[in-house]
Design a protein around this ligand. Sequence first.
Ligand SMILES: [Zn+2]
Length: 237
Amino acid sequence: MLMQKMKELSIAIFLTAFFIVLGTEYLRELGRYHSQQQQTIADPQFRRDFFSDSMRENRERLSEECKTFLTNVENDVDYYPIPESSVDKSLKTSYVDGWMSERTYKGKRGHEGTDIMASADKRGLYPVLSMTDGVITSLGWLEKGGYRVGITSDSGIYYYYAHLDSYADIEEGQNIRAGDLLGYMGDSGYGPEGTKGQFAVHLHVGIYSFADGKEISVNPYYVLLSLEEKKLEYEFS
Ligand SMILES: [Zn+2]
């Protein structure tokens, strides 16, 4: 009799615990869903993980604002910004996820972009191409960015290319097609106009949202990864 009662009691305890765990898990999932529905582009996690495989696969979990931004970038980007050399296969580029790593020139800040490094540390060698269609909305020297080009796509997203060595024949207001030559990779910046050689030759890529007049950067790393198979070929050596 007592054994029977004990058995019933333990089954009841087990079932109660089971449903508590299940319920908690459900509520947690619900909470996650709701917090993602309220997520804006300014959310640090959204900015950091932007365009990752898991974000793209689970896009239905994103808020409308975030989903629209993701879709716009997907539609904008066509080509990796550095072509392959048709004559010298040793000329390569590489990059790591350096999102928000520390920068110290003129005050501490987080790195808001991806640096594409050149296997040959030689300024003026690698062509820089536009990843997207758009209009050149900024051109010229910036103390931190050196010779930079900013292209705004039709969807209003700003694509920023910095530290160029020199420009192609381009001007502000000009329409650009994806794959068009913007200039050559360099090491300009970190000083008054014309300063070069303060760091290794590389292309800094930035991607910005300008929703509501607020400038918000997102991590370009996964966007560049997605363009690995979309490299054009140029003759340079
Ligand atoms: Zn950079």
